[in-house]
Write a protein that binds this ligand. Structure first.
Ligand code: PLP
Length: 277
């Protein structure tokens, strides 16, 4: 496995940043996860655009230009030479004596890691997964892909301890998203999902799946989904870079529909495979 720290490539095991890096001390940074399909990185432009938006929202610069990030990604893929790769990108506000205001001068730390991607078990994809509902205790800017993932970490751990795949988060009884995914439901033949805004991370997969749905003539509504709407939905599915389109068949132990992957999730999963294949 390969890493790149501030433009220098080397073995991942040898890659280090300072203990005074603000990413380590304050969670003062942003990140992206990109995956390859057939060895090629998928939706790089969308991910780099979001990285830039996240960085700007924290008054942080992208560091390398988008073109330079693209070159670093290509170089890392060439060096790591894996069948499929999970590419992690991170920018932090750099190394400085611990003090809350931004350091002057500012030298961001940029990190890329390249690790083998292990696709989700086909059987899991075919049978669907289970989820639990949890209170969304995150901050007011969930649209920023910041490295502050403590609420997500705690939620996913709760899911793991409950023996299920994902934690679906509720704010004031309304579904926001999953701890590592966006959430879509099907009600009366319409796909409903939380609108973009500060309460969710606008997923690259979410946008592409909504496009695929529209192409299929499936109505889409970016609207509030209440807890009872989700539990009474005919289908629930997750979208995300690593989960792709993943049906949820039980939530808090309650069956969604007949507790098997529904026709719309299955159709969109096939269309997703065609898009990336
Ligand atoms: N929501 C959260 C909280 C996430 O961490 C992710 C990341 O995968 C997503 C949604 C899905 O985003 P994307 O489709 O861009 O991977």
């Amino acid at each position: 496995d390969i890493a790149c720290v501030n433009g220098r490539f080397g073995p991942l095991a040898d890659a280090v940043v300072s203990v005074e890096d603000r990413g380590f001390q304050f969670g003062d940074g942003v990140y992206e996860v990109i995956r390859t399909y057939r060895g090629r990185p998928f939706a790089v432009d969308e991910h780099l655009a979001r990285l830039e938006r996240s960085a700007q929202a924290l008054q942080l610069s992208l560091g390398p230009s988008k073109a330079q990030w693209g070159t670093l990604i290509e170089e890392g893929l060439r060096l790591s030479d894996l069948p499929e790769t999970k590419i992690y990108l991170q920018i932090t506000r750099g190394q400085a004596p611990r003090d809350h205001p931004f350091p002057v001068p500012l030298l961001p730390t940029t990190v890329l890691t390249f690790r083998e991607l292990h696709p989700l078990d086909v059987l899991v994809r075919q049978t669907g997964v289970q989820a639990i509902l949890l209170e969304d205790i995150r901050w007011g800017r969930c649209d920023i892909k910041s490295v502050n993932l403590l609420p997500n970490v705690l939620a996913r751990q709760r899911a793991k301890e409950a023996g299920v795949f994902e934690a679906i988060l509720l704010r004031d009884g309304v579904v926001t998203e999953g701890s590592v995914s966006n959430v879509m439901v099907v009600r009366n033949g319409t796909i409903q999902t939380a609108p973009e805004g500060p309460r969710i991370l606008s997923g690259v997969t979410r946008a592409k799946v909504l496009e695929l749905a529209k192409k299929e003539g499936i109505p889409v509504a970016e609207t509030m989904v209440r807890r009872e709407d989700l539990l009474g939905a005919s289908e629930v599915f997750l979208t995300g870079t690593t989960v792709e389109v993943l049906p949820v068949v039980r939530v808090d132990g309650q069956a969604i529909g007949s507790a098997v992957p529904g026709p719309i999730a299955q159709l969109l999963s096939r269309r997703w495979e065609a898009l990336v294949g």
